[in-house]
Design a protein around this ligand. Sequence first.
Ligand code: SAM
Length: 280
Amino acid sequence: MKLAPGEMPLMITLVRQLAGVHLDESKGYLIENRLGPIAKRIGCTNFNELYFKLRYDAKSTLVQEVVDAITTHETSWFRDGAPYDALQFKVAPECIDARSRSGSPRKLRIWSAACSTGQEPYGIAMVLSEMLPDIASWDIQILATDISKSSIDTAIAGVYSPNDVGRTQRPNAMQRWFDQTPMGAVVKPAIKKLVTFRQLNLMDPLLGIGPFDVVFLRNVLIYFDKATKLGVLQRIKNVLMPHGWLFVGGTENLGEAGPEWVPQTHCRATVYQPNVPVRV
Ligand SMILES: C[S@@+](CC[C@H](N)C(=O)[O-])C[C@H]1O[C@@H](n2cnc3c(N)ncnc32)[C@H](O)[C@@H]1O
């Protein structure tokens, strides 16, 4: 289905309202390729009809399907490598020390805020499990959220194809933390039980979650415009502990947020800490 003149601005507005995702006029092919088949299937003859259906008479399953289709879920195990090294050798040890100093030892709260199909939060759980051989006696929770219901369903199942587990920066972890079954590689229960999955739209207020020691917000800010990005970062700052750390994607930087976030480089990864006023 082709976009008719005048339909592009409508669809840009709709996608921004549903997911915060900013599409410019050059992304017409994404709308045609990803939303065209859905429009056709539900009997719309053009995008104008799809827009009004979604605005005024959509079932939540249709909205969900459109959100799943328009968002990009590309991910891989230990993506880019370096952030997981920084987590293991700098960030997690510092958080553990900060927690001990503040009287809540052996406790960590981590949030994977655009977790896609689960590789990121399970990878974090694998890193922590390798760091802490007695992890079962620690109070560790990893919250993993995404706007996409189908991605969350895949993550909860925790079953991955040989092709998927082959795309990894840490082959040894893949040997250690999966059970091989006829259905595919299944994440071991010891890893699964560290992670709680939930559907969450980063455009919404963050109610009842946090505070976190570490937030992974990787490869999602690139889809937002500046105002949306700054809004998300402010909400994240509100749920990050003063000693907390924020990871973003390798091509994302928080320069636009001004002095709110302080960048540091560890293990070749850039990690940010909130700029909190020093109390005297
Ligand atoms: C490219 S993936 C990144 C996955 C993982 N963080 C990584 O770096 O490999 C981007 C994810 O952001 C999610 N996403 C997009 N807009 C979102 C929103 N408004 N709220 C929550 N998640 C969103 C998508 O559904 C997708 O799974």
